[in-house]
Design a binder for this molecule. Structure first.
Ligand code: UD1
Ligand code: UDP
Length: 351
C-alpha cells in the first residue's frame, strides 16, 4: 500500500513520528512537507529529533493569507498525487495543510485518512474549525482520539469508518518521555527548579490578533508573581513586536525561542502549572498530570476539564489569575486511549 502523507505545521510533525514508524513497517509512505512552518526550530528540529523520514517533496509555501497559502498547497499537492498515484492520502489535525491535502485528494478520488478527526470547538471563527469540518466531510477513514470526537461526527451524520483509536500524541509522549528525561538539559540551561515555574504558550489567532485579548493575557502574566517560562511561537513574537508590546517589562518572565520536543516535554513535566491556548499542550499537560489553565473560550479537549485538570478561562484577567493560583487536585483518567493509536490506525487501513 502506498500512502501519501501531507505535513506542514509543528504539531503535525510530532503526530507523524509514531504513525510513520508504524506505517513503514509494512507499507510505502511518501511525505509531502508543505512548508507552512519553516523556521529550523518549528520544523527541522522535529524531523531530526524524532527521526521522521526526510520529506520526499517540500513545497516551500511559507506564510501568507489563508487563501493564498492553502491554494498554493492545493495546486502543488494535486500535481504530486497525479504523479505518485497513492492508494491513500493521510492528514493530521486541522491546519491549512490538512485542508489542502484532503481537498486535493478527495477531488481526485483518492481516499483520505484523517487522524485526529471529529474535534469541534463549535466556533466557526477559528480557521481550524473550518479546516476540521471540511476535512472530516471528505474523509474515508476518520480516526478519532476520544469518544467525544466520535459523537461529534455521528451528530454530523458521519458514521462510516469512524474509529476511536486513542490519541497519537499520547503515543508520541509515551515513546519520548524517558528519552526526554535522559537527554534534555533545558532545566539546567535556564537554571529552572522542578515545580517552581509556570510554563506558558500562546499562539492562537483569536488571542494574538485581538488587541483586547492579548492585552488581557499580558496583564495577567504581569500580575502572576511566579517564575514563568515562555517558548514563544514566531506568530506571537511578530504580532507583539508589531503592536509595540515589551515582554521585558513583565516580572519573572523568561522568554525563549521555540524549543524541540524533548525540551518541551521536560518543561511540561517539571512545570508547576501550564498556561496555554495550544491544543497539543493541553493534552500533554493531561498526560503529564500537570494542571493546565487554558486561555481560550472553548476547548475541543473537553475530557481534560473534568475535576479541574484543565480550567478554561478565556482571556479575563481575574479568571486567569484565579485559575493560576487555585490549588487543584485532579483525577486523571485514561480518556485518550492506551498509547497504541498508531498501530491501530495501520491495522484498520490494511483490513
Ligand atoms: C498554524 C495553524 C494552527 C496550529 C499552529 C501550530 C492554520 C490556520 N493554523 O498556526 O492551527 O495550531 O500552526 O503551531 O493552519 N511563522 C514564522 N516561522 C514559521 C512559521 C510561522 O515566522 O516557521 C510566523 C509567520 O509570521 C506567519 C505566522 O507565524 O505569518 C503564522 O503562521 P501560520 O502557519 O500561518 O499559522 P500558525 O499561527 O503557525
Ligand atoms: N511544542 C514544542 N516546542 C515548543 C512549543 C510546543 O515542541 O516550543 C510542541 C508541544 O509539545 C506539542 C506541539 O508542539 O506537542 C503543540 O503544537 P502547537 O502548540 O504549535 O499547536 P497546536 O497543538 O495548538 O495545534
Amino acid at each position: 500500500m502506498k500512502v501519501l502523507t501531507v505535513l506542514g505545521a509543528r504539531p503535525q510533525f510530532i503526530k507523524a513520528a509514531p504513525v510513520s514508524r508504524a506505517l513503514r513497517e509494512s507499507h510505502t509512505e511518501i511525505i509531502v512537507h508543505t512548508g507552512q512552518h519553516y523556521d529550523a526550530n518549528m520544523s527541522d528540529i522535529f524531523f531530526e529529533e524524532l527521526h521522521i523520514p526526510k520529506p520526499d517533496y517540500h513545497l516551500g509555501v511559507g506564510s501568507g493569507n489563508h487563501g493564498k497559502q492553502t491554494g498554493q498547497m492545493l495546486a502543488d499537492i494535486e500535481t504530486i498525487i497525479l504523479d505518485e498515484k497513492p492508494d491513500y492520502l493521510l492528514v493530521y489535525g486541522d491546519t491549512n495543510s490538512t485542508l489542502a491535502g484532503s481537498l486535493a485528494a478527495a477531488k481526485l478520488h483518492i481516499p483520505v485518512i484523517h487522524i485526529e478527526a471529529g474535534l469541534r470547538s463549535f466556533n466557526k471563527k477559528m480557521p481550524e474549525e473550518i479546516n476540521r469540518i471540511m476535512t472530516d466531510h471528505v474523509s474515508e477513514f476518520l480516526f478519532c482520539p476520544t469518544d467525544t470526537a466520535v459523537k461529534n461526527l455521528h451528530d454530523e451524520n458521519i458514521t462510516k469508518n469512524v474509529i476511536n483509536v486513542g490519541d497519537v500524541m499520547y503515543d508520541a509522549v509515551e515513546y519520548n518521555r524517558k528519552l526526554a528525561a535522559d537527554k534534555s538539559e533545558i532545566l539546567q540551561k535556564h537554571d529552572l527548579k522542578s515545580k517552581e515555574f509556570l510554563l506558558i504558550t500562546v499562539h492562537r489567532a483569536e488571542n494574538t490578533d485581538n488587541l483586547e485579548n492579548i492585552t488581557n493575557i499580558l496583564k495577567a502574566f504581569s500580575e502572576i508573581e511566579d517564575q514563568k517560562v515562555w517558548p514563544i511561537h514566531p506568530r506571537t513574537k511578530h504580532k507583539l513586536e508589531s503592536m509595540g508590546f515589551d515582554l521585558a517589562s513583565i516580572p519573572n518572565l523568561l522568554v525563549i525561542e521555540p524549543v524541540g520536543y524533548l525540551d518541551m516535554l521536560t518543561l511540561e513535566n517539571h512545570a508547576k502549572k501550564i498556561l496555554t491556548d495550544s491544543g497539543g499542550v493541553q493534552k500533554e499537560a493531561y498526560f503529564m498530570q500537570v494542571p493546565c489553565v487554558t486561555l481560550r473560550e472553548q476547548t475541543e479537549w473537553v475530557e481534560t476539564l473534568e475535576s479541574e485538570a484543565n480550567i478554561l478561562v478565556g482571556t479575563n484577567v481575574e479568571a486567569i489569575l484565579e485559575a493560576t493560583r487555585k490549588e487543584v487536585n485532579p483525577k486523571y483518567k485514561e480518556v485518550f486511549g492506551d498509547a497504541k493509536a498508531s498501530e491501530k490506525i495501520v491495522q484498520a487501513i490494511q483490513q
